[in-house]
Ligand binder design. Structure first.
Ligand code: SAH
Length: 449
């Protein structure tokens, strides 16, 4: 029987989707963070549960495949990157296996897996950051949450974010402090500034800044002109008041303070308008690759009706619009739908319609109206599709379904339902949209039998 605080010599043989190495000691699975498959090590047991246990590295005896020295000083504390201790090839092998395991274990499916597509850039690829703010030693700081907690690690020099974000924060934090703005304290639900939200168009360079606050601070922001003079790429500054006790970052409304209430970027050669509330893939270059794979899977002939469910600002469907007859997009966030409509107009795309509402409710309505799309694209949030959406899509009988997901587990679960209802899972490809983290995107092509 495993004992807490005891040290055991062992080898890491697997990797969980949370990024913990797994070893077996006394036929019990033990999870050890920050290890690599093939590591030989001494593990100190820190917690024993009924069926598994947790350990930490006591001593590394032999490096596993792909181990490297982590390059980030806060890698151990920060909850962002999980794979900075292995090289990128090794990370990609892990992620490829995550997707395969999800389909075989959860979906009980055995599709063809195309090779994982890695990102060109492992660093500085994100176009968005939401920094939690805190007060430390009488100083206003921001950074990242520590692993599994809401304790702020004051650190801005992040390898995943565009370097200009750090320059902006270096200006912003002292200016905010001088303007007497206090940091939000989650425990006592007091203070003002909760998060600093920055987003940058990957191709355009346009930057959006949004202050997320518990109570409005906009009257105290006496430095905005100076800020914009220093950083002319900041074209949009807004505030979103969120006075709730919640983990949700954004408030319900966004008030524009200066500039325009969106930024523009290009994606797959379309100009895309993005509001603070709209979902926009965080890794633009890699998302463009993903959309191209989707287009390739769709194998468009020119006369298709395409239904794009969970369409956000319309990016996927609009990237196909010139090669199809008609596009219908569905999205629940009103601002994103407005963006999608504008994006169609701006790019002179006249064969696209967008509806605002729940994907399940709207697809059910469209089914009742006898809509019969040739291709359905599904790009749901992490929790996957609900049964109303899946049933409606099955009953629409499209020739092809292309599912894109940032959660291989729910993607495999939902694919299995299609597989039981006349669809063949043709192929699955993992695409790494989130290098250095545990997250991985996957895309599935299904065709009607
Ligand atoms: N396809 C888009 C967005 C994908 S993210 C892109 O590639 O950019 C998932 C989207 O689903 C988000 O925009 C989110 O707002 C939307 N969403 C979440 N729940 C929804 C629901 N029940 N019905 C419709 N859209 C929903």
């Amino acid at each position: 029987m495993l004992q807490k605080n005891e040290i055991y010599e062992t080898e890491i043989t697997g990797m969980t989707t949370e990024g913990s190495g797994v070893c077996k000691i006394d036929s019990m699975a033990v999870f050890v963070p920050m290890t690599a498959i093939g590591d030989k090590l001494k593990v100190k047991i820190v917690k024993v549960l009924k069926n598994y246990a947790f350990g930490i590295i006591d001593e590394l005896l032999k490096f596993g495949t792909g181990r490297v020295t982590p390059d980030c000083p806060v890698f151990r504390q920060c909850g962002g990157c999980v794979f900075r201790h292995v090289d990128y090839q090794t990370e990609l092998q892990y992620k490829s296996q995550f997707v395969k395991d999800a389909f075989s274990r959860i979906g009980k499916l055995n599709p063809v897996f195309e090779p994982i597509l890695g990102g060109e850039n492992r660093n500085f690829y994100r176009n968005k950051a939401q920094y939690p703010v805190a007060m430390k030693d009488n100083k206003l700081v921001c950074g990242f949450y520590a692993k599994h907690s809401h304790r702020v690690i004051a650190f801005q020099d992040c390898y995943l974010h565009p370097p200009i974000f750090q320059e902006i924060l270096n200006y912003l934090l002292p200016a905010l402090q001088k303007a007497n703005i206090s940091a939000y304290d989650e425990l006592s639900h007091t203070g003002e500034l909760r998060h600093i939200y920055l987003r940058k168009g990957y191709h355009s360079g346009e930057i959006m800044l949004c202050f997320i606050t518990r109570k409005s601070i906009h009257k105290k922001l006496n430095f905005l002109l100076d800020l914009q003079n220093k950083f002319p790429d900041i074209v949009s500054i807004s505030e979103s008041v969120n006075s709730e006790k919640t983990n949700v970052i954004m408030g319900k409304k966004v008030k524009l303070l200066t500039g325009k209430n969106f930024i523009i970027d290009t994606m797959c050669e379309n100009q895309i308008k993005i509001s603070p509330q709209s979902f926009y893939q965080v890794n633009t270059a890699q998302a463009e690759q993903l959309y191209q794979i989707a287009k390739h899977y769709a194998d468009l002939q020119g006369n298709e009706l395409v239904l794009d469910l969970y369409c956000g600002a319309g990016t996927i469907g609009l990237s196909m619009a010139d090669s199809i007859k008609k596009l219908i997009g569905v999205e629940v966030i009103p601002e994103a739908v407005e963006n999608a409509k504008e994006n169609a107009r701006q790019n002179k795309i006249f064969n696209a319609e967008f509806y605002c509402g729940d994907a399940g409710m709207i697809s059910k309505k469209l089914l009742e109206q006898k809509l019969s799309p040739d291709i359905v694209i599904l790009d749901p949030p992490r929790k996957g599709c609900d049964s109303m959406t899946i049933q409606s899509v099955i009953n629409m009988q499209p020739d092809k379904i292309i599912m894109i997901s940032c959660n291989p587990a729910t993607c495999a679960r939902d694919s299995a339902i299609f597989a039981e209802n006349h669809y063949m899972i043709e192929k699955v490809k993992a695409v790494d949209l989130f290098p250095s983290t545990t997250h991985v995107e996957c895309i599935v092509l299904m065709s009607r039998k």
